[in-house]
Design a protein around this ligand. Sequence first.
Ligand code: AP5
Length: 216
Amino acid sequence: MGLNIILLGPPGAGKGTQAKLLIDRFGIPQISTGDILRAAVKDRTSSGIRAKKFMDDGALVPDDIVISIISDRLKMSDSVNGFILDGFPRTVAQADALSTMLDDSGKSIDHVISITVDYDELIKRVIGRLTCKSCGRGYHIVFDPPSVPGVCTLCSGELCQRDDDREDTMRARLLTYESQTAPLIAYYSSLGFLRPVDGLGSIQEINGALVSLLEG
Ligand code: AP5
């Protein structure tokens, strides 16, 4: 039932950029735990207050917080025809919890897309990233610049840099990815879901590869 996709990949691989392009193509929502957590930090909710220190350190937020976020989010009516999970799951415990949630609601994963990009390129992408404060559209100062510096081309909102996009925090995030999230590649490969995609190339080229894979 529906098209249920997981986008897996290290920080800066292009998960958020590609998820936003797939929303319109397939009419299904992007569910980004990073976006939901940043909103919770901004609103100073109890989860946001607990999560902030982990995010600032480039570590993972505890599983109980993110599993509860996803459990609530998947119950919303907009994911009835499918969803694009961006940044979840990130640990084997999260993957097991997702599997239980989907089983309980009669759903299953259709594709786990693993986007691969070398670490030097990831660091360049993340430290040059800008995000619109109003609509969330992402940019890159070199690879995907806005028409007017500092201003969102879509909605004229103000562009800002994420707190965790400093080079030292990014290096910590990459180590976290290696130790806790990369094991999911073998996890989903053994279940037969894994679809690797080379994330080096233009944003449109990667989008073309994803669409052919999902429609193929
Ligand atoms: P999250 O927000 O999920 O960050 P992330 O996984 O580190 O991923 P990014 O958002 O940095 O990268 P992306 O792959 O989406 O790349 P993007 O498309 O933006 O998580 C943040 C934090 O929240 C975590 O560190 C953790 O603390 C916590 N958290 C979140 N989920 C969690 C979970 N499940 N469990 C526990 N903790 C959790 O692209 C990056 C840049 O590159 C942009 O500037 C873009 O314009 C550019 N770009 C994209 N594609 C290309 C291309 N093909 N060529 C050139 N440039 C490109």
